[in-house]
Design a protein around this ligand. Structure first.
Ligand SMILES: [Zn+2]
Ligand SMILES: [Zn+2]
Ligand SMILES: [Zn+2]
Length: 147
């Protein structure tokens, strides 16, 4: 049995070829959009519908085997790095996403000033900025003479 099969079984999920393929794709790292995941799954399996990939991602996310992130203004992305409360930095220019280890390590890593009686279990932290590529492009920009 492969590690991925064991992983699925340990979460009570049936082992299917699409699930194994999606896990394998996510295992390659990064924060992937559904289109990209579907494209890579199709390199491994002949016929998989986009809907099937959505269904697999939903099942994997509910089981805690993948994490779904959705930065404002960007489509949902999925990653295999789960359970460590890491954060993300998103480029305002091109949408690139990088992982940032949580400085505290466990959720919630920010204390709310007022909890309003809620038992707070997570602070969703997203850092925004410009990636090195966009910074380089920006400083290389030649502005039109009249502006
Ligand atoms: Zn960028
Ligand atoms: Zn991440
Ligand atoms: Zn944190």
């Amino acid at each position: 049995m492969s590690g991925a099969e064991e992983l699925l079984r340990s979460k009570g999920l049936r082992v299917t070829r699409p699930r194994l393929a999606v896990l394998d794709v996510l295992d390659g790292g990064g924060h992937l959009e559904v289109d990209e995941i579907t494209r890579r799954v199709r390199e491994r399996l002949d016929s998989v519908s986009t809907q099937a990939v959505y269904d697999v991602l939903g099942a994997l996310s509910r089981a805690g085997l993948s994490r779904r992130i959705e930065p404002a203004g960007s489509p949902a992305r999925y990653e295999a790095r789960v359970g460590d409360n890491h954060h993300h930095v998103v480029c305002r220019g091109c949408g690139e996403i990088a992982d940032i280890d949580c400085a505290v390590g466990s959720a919630p890593c920010l204390e709310p000033s007022v909890s309003h009686g809620f038992e707070v279990d997570e602070a969703e932290v997203t850092f925004w900025g410009l990636c090195p590529g966009c910074r380089a492009r920006r400083s290389a920009d030649v502005r039109p003479p009249d502006v």
